[in-house]
Design a protein around this ligand. Structure first.
Ligand code: C5P
Length: 412
């Protein structure tokens, strides 16, 4: 008989105050069935939704609730709770606890543990659709992701509040699968490897106050850089102007134009892995004006010249070529077959190993949005992935990179 996948592992489950807290009870049961020891921390609001008695009965452990408890601090202080687990899961992760985590607060037992821990943290957000969509929540999630917190969900559907949209906590079975993957993953599977990622848009000046740009948010490229770094790769991220925070443990070069991006990329070479997620302006003004152009009654004509193709330059770089070169093909093309066909052409034309093809038509809300639907196109054909959070696309892609790389020679 094979051992249970979580046998001997310690999970600390933080249950915050949301209606999805009832699903945390099932998560406890599933984690225990998987062989894990599960200790639970219930926030004050969490205890309004599930009782400490249910949590204790299901986990078979004392439930921890108070930061400054006379008995708990001597028996099991928050520092010990924070350290004596292999993984901390926050489920449900409400808007409130995410905000407190992002601000580095430690005003209750749960946040004190999350601040004190040196272990990986997986958060499963659950909240009302508007709360999830609020810029402040998205900022907090982006900051936490950059700080190394991992996320699963939320998914879209009917919410307990009667509204419909993104905000449902991921089902316990799927959280369990992610927990197993996180604990099973050879965490440092890319240790000793070097990687380069481009991300975000570029800005090409027309005059001192105007530029050619695009809607790229940098979310996908930044998430890939963070995921590569988490697996131990030495990562350089070359990014155009974005609102994304710099990912933890990554060397970040901020650039503005396509030509600056090429220069920073060449400076980071040679590398083993190169992922080109940036939306580089294909053209720039041939002669940017030194002063702001004024209306003169005539419609001005803007002469453009082509920008260097950074991906193609690196992918054709002879002996310096990275072992694995991955490009993106963003098209306003909703027919998957045509999209994949174009991606195959691009793969050949630019000499890259894989092309990640996605439809960025306005209705898809991929450009600037949180989710992405991609097709991974390689010499072996195309594999279509379901619509996923961009961070989950990054995780899967990096897992695939780690699996593909050992078969190849390291960079010179
Ligand atoms: O040709 P297209 O712009 O669709 O190619 C997209 C891919 O090429 C992306 O991976 C993008 O990052 C990369 N690219 C680049 N430099 C350019 C244009 C695109 O690296 N000037």
């Amino acid at each position: 008989m094979t051992a249970a996948p979580l046998s001997g592992r310690h999970i600390l489950l933080v249950i915050a105050g949301g209606i999805a807290a009832y699903k945390a009870l099932e998560l406890i049961r599933r984690l225990k069935d998987g062989g894990a020891r599960v200790r639970c921390v219930l926030t004050k609001a969490g205890a309004e939704f599930v009782t400490p008695l249910s949590v204790a009965a299901l986990s078979g452990e004392k439930v921890h609730q108070e930061l400054l408890s006379l008995t708990d601090e001597s028996e099991m202080g928050h520092i010990r709770l924070a350290r004596e687990s292999d993984l901390i899961v926050v489920a449900p992760a409400t808007a409130d606890i995410l905000a407190r985590m992002a601000a580095g607060m430690a005003n209750d037992l749960a946040t004190a543990i999350l601040l004190a821990t040196d272990k990986p943290v997986l958060a499963a957000p659950a909240m009302n659709v508007e709360m999830w969509a609020k810029p402040v929540t998205q900022r907090n999630v982006a900051q936490l992701a950059a700080d190394g917190i991992q996320f699963i969900g939320p998914s879209a559907g009917d919410l307990a509040c009667g509204e419909t949209g993104a905000g449902r906590m991921t089902e316990p079975a799927d959280i369990l699968a992610r927990v197993e993957a996180l604990l099973a993953a050879p965490v440092q599977s890319l240790a000793g490897k070097t990687a380069l990622v481009t991300s975000g848009p570029t800005r090409e000046a027309i005059d001192p106050v105007r530029y050619i740009g695009n809607y790229s948010s940098g979310k996908q490229g930044h998430a890939i850089a963070a995921a590569l770094a988490r697996r131990g790769a030495h990562v350089t991220l070359v990014t155009g102007p974005t609102a994304q925070p710099d990912p933890a443990g990554v060397t970040v070069r901020h650039v503005e134009t396509g030509r600056e991006m090429l220069e920073a990329v060449e400076h980071a070479m040679p590398v083993d892995i190169a992922v080109f997620a940036a939306a580089v302006a294909d053209w720039r003004a041939a002669e940017p004006m030194a002063v702001k152009t004024k209306k003169s009654g005539e419609t001005p004509r803007l002469a453009l010249v082509e920008n260097p193709d950074i991906l193609a330059t690196v992918a054709k770089a002879g002996p310096k070529r990275p072992a694995l070169v991955i490009g993106f093909a963003a098209e306003t093309e909703s027919n998957a077959e045509a999209l994949i066909g174009r991606a195959q052409q691009k793969r050949a034309a630019k000499n890259c190993d894989w092309v990640i093809a996605n439809d960025v038509s306005p209705g898809t809300q991929v450009l600037g949005g949180a989710r992405n639907t991609v097709h991974v196109v390689s010499a072996n054909g195309a594999e279509s992935w379901p619509t996923l959070d961009k961070r989950e696309v990054a995780e899967r892609l990096v897992e695939r990179i780690a699996a593909a790389l050992p078969a190849r020679a390291p960079a010179a």
